[in-house]
Design a protein around this ligand. Sequence first.
Ligand SMILES: [Zn+2]
Length: 233
Amino acid sequence: MTFSIGTMMQNSLKDIENVIFPQICRYCDTNLKQKEIYICYECISNVPHTEMGDWRNIVTSSEHIDFAISAFWYDDLLNDCVHKSKYNGYQKLLRIISKYAAEIIQNDLIPLNIDLLIPVPLHSTRKRERGFNQAQIISESFSNYYKIPSDSKILKRNSWTDSQTSMNISERKENISNVFKLHNKPEKHTIAVIDDVLTTGATSNECCRILKEGGAEKVGVITLATPKLRKNG
Ligand SMILES: [Zn+2]
């Protein structure tokens, strides 16, 4: 292992900064340890797990989805962390949560024999504005954990979509149709489409449809979380 003078200085400065301004967990006020950011591991470990296994049968839009796995219930704490990780410097938070999610759902994934992960693409303009695609960070974290490749070049986003929050299920389907296109053929893979939150499944369903059109054998979705209270649409 090698240390550059720059890295050593950076670490020393960070240590001094932590003594003067201790980093505190947003939720329980304990001092954060060196590898923690924004929230401590203890609080992350208290986010409730769905323990639903494959819940494809109750996803509202699921015609093209072969499996659906979500690690956590999307509670206030997770919502806060997912939003926080959109800011520069907080992507590490998303990596920490993703690694934890990967650990708790790994037994659900074994029978699926997934051999490729594909993050739900963000429009390139939005990606430029934000600097990164959250789904890609989650997908890369899963890829590191499971040793399954993640490919963000197969699926591309064609156009802008309006925010789906206030739409019903048919409006969401209409909004999302023809938004994605294949950049490369996915070949005969078993693919997991990766996203942060699964609600009605309209976006994931469309990604699965396009990937199957391109030759994928089996396509499902894995998300960090799903909301507990489900509305129809
Ligand atoms: Zn805490």
